[in-house]
Write a protein that binds this ligand. Structure first.
Ligand code: SAM
Length: 873
């Protein structure tokens, strides 16, 4: 029992319960009022509201939220309500005059625009009693409502679907212009509650007090049926809506009504309030009066209708429906009723008229709820699809990983795409600086508008008409993309440790561009230049009579250096500056270059074998100009030193190669040649250490490649990779995928591995020390033996033969490697347990051990340490 109760309790903690908790409402019922107000909008325009049965105050919170500031809100309940800002509350029973007086005192002569009632009797009695109590409470609340409501005001009340439902609705209809019953989605389906919204209060001058008398309302209304008996209207309803069902009349005869066969005129049927009750209580409809006979002549009065009127007790559901339709048509014909409302309205709203009964109302309500749910589901599906499409687009732009797709997206994130793709808060911040976020928002809005209106495409076309506009838009998009990409990277950096490491590595190390063997990053241990390009360059430079130190002057003079083009000067290179300086003087006096008009890189390039024999005459206007400029400068500086200037000019021909920093093409760089020497020395010492170098070396040895080919390989598409003006996301992407296929063979890798294994196999320091100790001890023993042998040799009292024997023995002993005597461990268990002295069958040195020994030994040592410590302190 307890278990079942618990389960029910948990089941009640539904979506609205959680929402109420989240949004700070005191009760989940708050959403009922929110949904009712959404449909009928009565709170926004209200200046005064009374909430009857308001504890704990959920509805009051909603009223205070949705009603205009400075409006008057009064809440009453049996139990006190915790204070709510802008709301006056008091504890009182709404069925008492005291409550009425309190409200009157509070409102003075004000009238309320809205009276709310969500009361439920505080008793857990039987369902029938509860329902009746509820109906009574509704009547009481209605009594207060009509007293305080303004003409045209709204009364919202909760009603249970019970036998009294129709009676209540009838009363409401007498006092309000529009009465609609509805069940908001937040009201549980299992609950019998339904909310009746009575609008347009008629404020009649005189209201019959019987309307507020439960005894009268819930009994007398049924008595208004043509039968005039005390039979409940429910029975009549059942006999009309389920005529097939046979039921006994257990109630006996109605009071004062002892006739079984009842007749009534058609006029009575047409004019009565509750046609269903009429049909259920009458056996035959007659056409006796003149007016009724006239109706028989009308087209709408078909022979079927007349036949049906003959005996109502034999009719089926369809026949009753036909009679109801005829009645409605006739009422319209004679002006009792205006034309029927739109079908849509009828399904939307449970309009309580005579022909729509409780069951139909519920049916309509359910249909409406189902339709709403279906529409909501469709909308959600569409949104999800949109998000998916956007994600795919972004993925195609390489802005997100495929992993991000399929992750649940919260509605909140829909506003700006997806949280998982980019941290859009971050992105917005990043883009705000350049106004990108606003633009993107505008575009998103525009997109939404497009969806909503579905016809603004043409307008957009107009906007994009001019070419300028289009370009601006493209630029804007580009900026937005960059912003988003930056934000994405920031986010990755925050989240992904791996990414951080990568970034750091990237910053420390230049891009791993492949310049072939002719040009390598100096950080790289690969010394393959020496195997191919180094010799070639060296040769060329010798031929040109140039030295590497000229580069320094380049640097000193501030010649622009292109990223990725020059090798950074490491400490070794700096160390070699001195050597270079020395070499410079000799280089200056060395033979002049073969073609002074070409810059140094060009000379190195054209000095290759493949250009041999060709008469190259390339004009380098730029170089010429610069040389000219330098000449002028030198002249200004030192007019008298002609010879010196000439020498300097000659040097400048090689050393000053002005480079346009914007020039995207990489040049052949031959600076830091001495670095190559150092590398060569390193290679001689350590050998080749990268698989590329080993591969190239193997190819050279096997004559698969020539040195010229290797140099030519250095000029590849990766070495002329202009990156100016490219967006960072593109460069990052290129960095990932645009990589040279570095020539590495399996054999080269194997060879390097074998080398590494051999290195690994080398003894470590401690082993080497142990070996050295061993060697030293052997030498000491030998020395000792030699000394002893000398002593033996010097003795005179033994023969030479004996001497030789003794010396041989001594030497053998000295040379012999002393073997440690093996100690046998004998475990004191089984046959050896408790044995004192040498155990049986054990020869040589031995130690007796037992299972406790290790622990005892440790304990002893521990104790010793402890006593030592104590003594010290
Ligand atoms: C379902 S609750 C109302 C919840 C409220 N609408 C809200 O949103 O917080 C029903 C309330 O009716 C109150 N009630 C029942 N009979 C009452 C009476 N005779 N007078 C005043 N309040 C009554 C109960 O005390 C209970 O707090």
């Amino acid at each position: 029992m307890g278990k079942a109760q618990k389960k029910t309790g948990k089941g009640r903690l539904d979506k609205y319960y959680k929402l109420a908790k989240e949004q700070g409402y005191r009760a989940r019922s708050a959403f009922k009022l929110i949904q009712l107000n959404k449909k009928y909008s009565f709170l926004e325009s209200a200046r005064c509201c009374i909430d009857l049965c308001a504890a704990p105050g959920g509805w009051l919170q909603v009223a205070s939220k949705y009603m205009p500031v400075n409006s008057v809100i009064v809440g009453v309940d049996l139990v006190p309500i915790k204070p709510i800002p802008r709301v006056v509350t008091f504890a009182s029973d709404i069925t008492t005059p005291q409550c009425r007086n309190l409200i009157r005192a509070e409102l003075k002569d004000w009238k309320a625009d809205v009276v709310l009632h969500d009361g439920a009797p505080n008793v857990g009695s039987a369902w029938v009693q509860d329902a009746y109590g509820q109906s009574e409470l509704v009547l009481m609340s209605m009594k207060l409502a009509v007293e305080f409501l303004l003409k045209g005001g709204t009364f919202v009340t909760k009603v249970f679907r019970s036998a009294d439902y129709n009676n209540l609705i009838w009363v409401f209809n007498q006092l309000f212009g529009k009465v609609e019953a509805t069940k908001p989605p937040s009201s549980r389906n299992v609950s019998a509650e339904i909310f009746v919204v009575c609008r347009d209060f008629l404020a009649p001058k005189h209201i019959d007090p019987k309307f507020f008398d439960p005894k009268h309302v819930f009994k007398d209304l049924s008595a208004m049926a043509p039968g005039e008996g005390g039979v409940s209207s429910k029975n009549y309803h059942e006999s009309v809506f389920q005529p097939e069902k046979k039921r006994r009349k257990r109630d006996g005869y109605d009071e004062g009504d002892y006739i079984l066969f009842k007749k009534a005129g058609a006029a009575e049927f047409i004019r009565c309030q509750d046609a269903v009750v009429f049909l259920g209580s009458i056996n035959k409809i007659t056409f006796d009066t003149e007016e009724e006979k006239e109706w028989l002549k009308l087209d709408i009065t078909t022979s079927d209708v007349v036949a049906n009127c003959e005996d109502l007790k034999v009719l089926g559901k369809g026949d009753f429906k036909a009679l109801m339709r005829w009645r409605t048509a006739l009422r319209e014909e004679i002006g009792l009723e205006v034309k029927t409302k739109h079908a849509e309205e009828l399904t939307e709203v449970v309009e309580v008229t005579e022909e729509v009964d409780e069951e139909t109302a519920i049916q309509n309500e359910l249909e409406r709820l189902n339709a709403e749910a279906a529409a909501r589901a469709k909308r959600d599906r569409r949104r999800a699809n949109e998000v998916k499409t956007r994600t795919i687009q972004r993925m195609q732009l390489q802005m997100t990983a495929p992993l991000d797709i399929g992750l649940e997206q919260s509605d909140a994130s829909l506003a700006f795409g997806q949280d998982d793709i980019f941290d859009l808060d971050g992105a917005t911040k990043a883009m705000n600086s350049r106004g990108g976020a606003k633009r993107l928002e505008e575009e998103d809005d525009a997109e939404d508008d497009d969806e909503d209106e579905g016809g603004s495409d043409a307008e957009n076309e107009d906007v994009l008409d001019s070419e300028e506009e289009r370009e601006r838009k493209v630029e804007g998009l580009q900026a937005d993309l960059d912003g988003l990409y930056d934000a994405y990277r920031d986010r990755l950096r925050e989240r992904d440790a791996k990414f951080k490491v990568k970034e750091a590595r990237k910053n420390n190390k230049a891009r791993e561009d492949w310049y072939g063997i002719a040009k390598k990053d100096s950080d790289d241990e690969d010394e393959s230049e020496e195997e191919g390009g180094w010799d070639k360059m060296e040769e060329t430079k010798e031929r040109l009579g140039e030295d590497s130190s000229s580069d320094e002057s380049d640097n000193d003079e501030g010649a622009p250096v292109r990223a990725g083009q020059k090798r950074p000067m490491d400490s070794n290179a700096r160390g070699s500056q001195q050597i270079r300086k020395k070499a410079r003087t000799s280089a200056a006096s060395a033979a002049p270059p073969s073609n002074p008009q070409l810059n140094r890189a060009a000379q190195v390039w054209f000095s290759q074998d493949c250009f041999a024999g060709l008469d190259i005459d390339i004009e380098d206007d730029e170089a010429e100009e610069d040389v000219q400029m330098d000449e002028d400068e030198d002249e200004d500086e030192d007019d008298g030193a002609q010879d010196q200037a000439q020498t300097s000019d000659d040097e400048d021909d090689f050393e000053v190669v002005p480079q346009d920093p914007d020039d995207s093409a990489y040049m052949w760089d031959v600076e830091n040649e001495n670095e190559d020497e150092l590398k060569e020395a390193k290679i001689r010492k350590h050998g080749l250490v990268t698989p590329e170098a080993v591969t190239i070396a193997q190819k050279l040895v096997n004559r698969e490649k020539t040195r010229t080919e290797l140099i030519n390989d250095g000029f590849n598409r990766y070495s002329l990779n202009a990156k100016d003006g490219l967006p960072p996301w593109f460069l990052d992407d290129e960095d990932k995928h645009y990589k040279p296929n570095i020539p590495v063979t399996k054999e080269a890798v194997d060879a390097l591995r074998a080398k590494m294994r051999a290195l690994d196999a080398r003894p470590i320091k401690k082993v080497a020390e142990a070996k050295a100790r061993k060697k030293m001890r052997a030498a000491q023993r030998l020395e000792k033996a030699m000394k002893k042998a000398e002593g033996v040799n010097e003795t005179t009292d033994i023969t030479e033969r004996e001497k030789a024997k003794q010396i041989e023995k001594l030497m053998q002993k000295g040379m012999a490697n002393k073997q440690k005597k093996e100690v046998k461990l004998v475990v004191a268990k089984g046959a050896h347990k408790g044995v004192k002295g040498r155990p049986k069958g054990v020869k040589g040195r031995y130690v007796m051990v037992d299972s406790r020994m290790k622990k005892e030994l440790r304990a002893r040592k521990r104790k010793e340490r402890a006593t030592k410590k104590r003594k010290r302190t």
